[in-house]
Design a protein around this ligand. Structure first.
Ligand code: GLY
Length: 564
């Protein structure tokens, strides 16, 4: 009796002393003590943090966030698309998983061309043929299996709950659903959950029972819950309906792949980023290395000199991308040469401080391919200092707008990221190179640039963005805003941005981001200029000197940080 009483007392004391999880805080620019998730949707960030509070690590939280985004941010979150995830563990080791889609085995170089060799309008964007074999589910299972701490069931459950119970759509989302309504109706045999009687309004609840059932199959059967069995049958049926070519064999053979991250040093900070088949990491490191010899800070933020320097470096990096970048399993990307210090110095030898270089002189290469803006990035840090930087996409907003009937998820239209007609402009006036031409089983080139920065060997920044070809230059600007211009992550993310990608031959800039005298100066140096409402939408994290975790959730969009 006495022993039982002592035992009970001990239990009461122990549970009384056990650290209660700190309350969750939510906002755009919050600072937290233990863990943080920053994503494009408040519900996805909440899902990630709930997993951290259960004792999950950053990888568990990232997988939870990725699946939650597939429910509450169907604009770009997905299980029918793909992406790249970069991991830095607290011991300094770094890893990367490539879950980019692949061309179906029945794909061919000229599949989007007619008998005369002309591009068939919209065939690579608005048809079942536009879909690459989805990679997200295999990517999440593999990365969780290797680095996660909680059970897979625990990390996918928040997404299932969101799909079953529904969530309140944001104002921006209500607008996107309404604007896309005609596409959803045109592309689908039965009404997808995103179409309702009348208009969506902020706060309306979106429930997705078909998607919930698909996620449950993944929870219960792992890979077989998606790449074979009922979900696979639904995908094949959907392909038959729309004359698509993803086969049972494509699904069975899809494998996400661990690859070695790229690394480089910029002004003493170590940059960890993404290798091909994204071009993003190479462009980011090329820009940093080309510009390191130049005192950006002394030139002044968004000064004529600084913009000219950066735009010139961007032209050269994008010209290289067009010529050399593609799937490393199919072509030699020459990454080490492209990042060689001597090569980059030579590349910048013809820089003229007084005027824009004639783009024809930069390189006789081909132009860069187009990637849509509608991608999404999330960043995670856990209480032990493990970090994840992940960017995921369906390509266009809502991908192809085709929902797999009965399975409730959207198919990507990522095939458009290949050079669908090498050497000839696509619908956006851009051309791609042979290195990124279509082959069966090949991954299409990307610009996604999830990145992590170390300071003095410790975790410092986690960042990434959507924005197609503007992604690497956006991430570059966030990093240099912090390192060169001494901004904190909130300012670095929110301040205005510009972008030059060699061709089309102009600098695009956000409205109000560059002083009118500087714009006049740029015109005088032979630059064409194009104003744009926004460039990118960054979700970033900064580790402060006292170890606190600060979020930088971009003002562009509904980005929300959740921390505790
Ligand atoms: N579809 C966007 C990208 O991969 O960069």
């Amino acid at each position: 009796m006495k022993r039982t009483a002592i035992y009970l007392l001990a239990i009461i004391l122990i549970s009384g002393c056990r650290e209660k999880p700190s309350p969750v805080i939510t906002g755009r620019n919050i600072t937290a003590g233990h863990g943080m998730v920053v994503s494009a949707h408040p519900e996805a960030s909440k899902a990630g943090v709930s997993v951290l509070q259960k004792g999950g690590n950053a990888i568990d939280a990232a997988v939870a966030t990725e699946f939650a985004l597939s429910v509450c941010y169907p604009e770009a979150g997905n299980i029918g698309g793909g992406g790249f995830m970069l991991i830095r563990m607290s011991d300094g080791s770094s890893y990367m998983i490539d879950y980019r889609e692949k061309a179906p085995l029945g794909a061919s170089r000229d599949m989007y061309l007619d008998e005369k060799g002309n591009l068939k309008e919209e065939s690579s964007t608005e048809t079942h043929l536009a879909a690459g074999v989805p990679g997200t589910v295999d990517g999440m299972l593999k990365v969780h299996g290797k680095y996660g701490r909680l059970s897979f069931r625990e990390v996918i459950q928040p997404a299932i709950d969101l799909a079953v119970k529904g969530f309140a759509v944001t104002e921006e989302q209500a607008g996107s659903f309404n604007r896309n309504r005609e596409y959803f109706l045109k592309m689908n045999a039965s009404l997808p959950a995103f179409v309702k009687d009348g208009e969506w309004k902020a706060g309306d609840v979106l429930r997705q029972p078909d998607l919930a059932a698909t996620l449950e199959r993944i929870r219960d059967n792992g890979r077989d819950g998606f790449y074979s069995g009922k979900t696979a049958e639904m995908i094949i049926r959907e392909m038959k309906r729309g004359k698509g070519i993803i086969s049972a064999m494509d699904l069975a053979k899809y494998e996400a792949k661990f690859r070695k991250p790229l690394t480089g040093v910029y002004r003493g900070y170590r940059i960890i980023t993404i290798p091909p088949p994204s071009s993003g990491g190479i462009i980011l490191l090329q820009l940093l290395k080309m510009l390191e010899p130049w005192p950006l800070q002394e030139s002044g933020f968004h000064s004529l000199k600084a913009i000219h320097l950066i735009a010139e470096a961007e032209k050269r990096a994008f010209a290289d991308r067009a010529e050399y970048a593609g799937d490393p399993d199919f072509i030699d990307v020459h990454t080490s040469i492209l990042l060689d210090q001597k090569y980059l110095k030579r590349r910048f030898n013809d820089f003229d401080p007084d005027q824009a270089t004639d783009i024809k002189k930069i390189k006789a290469g081909l132009l860069s391919g187009h990637e849509s803006d509608e991608t999404t990035h999330y960043s995670v840090v856990d209480k032990d200092g493990n970090a994840v930087s992940a960017t995921t996409t369906l390509n266009n907003l809502f991908g192809s707008s085709i929902v797999v009937e009965g399975a409730g998820f959207l198919l990507n239209n990522q095939m458009d990221d290949f050079s669908v007609k090498p050497g000839t402009p696509n619908m956006y006036g851009l051309v791609g190179g042979e290195a990124n031409s279509i082959s069966p089983g090949k991954r299409m080139l990307s610009s996604m640039t999830p990145s992590i920065v170390e300071k003095d060997g410790k975790l410092f920044l986690v960042a990434g963005s959507p924005g197609g070809s503007t992604i690497p230059t956006t991430v570059f600007q966030v990093i240099t805003n912090v390192i060169d211009y001494k901004m904190d992550i909130r300012q670095a993310v929110d301040t205005g941005r510009f972008h030059d990608q060699w061709l089309p031959d102009y600098i695009m800039f956000e409205k109000g981001s560059i002083d009118s005298l500087v714009l006049e100066g740029l015109k005088g140096m032979n630059y064409d200029l194009k104003e744009r409402s926004v460039i990118g939408s960054v979700n970033a994290i900064e580790i402060l000197p006292d170890g606190k975790i600060r979020a930088g959730a971009d003002r562009r969009g509904y980005n929300t940080a959740c921390g505790y």
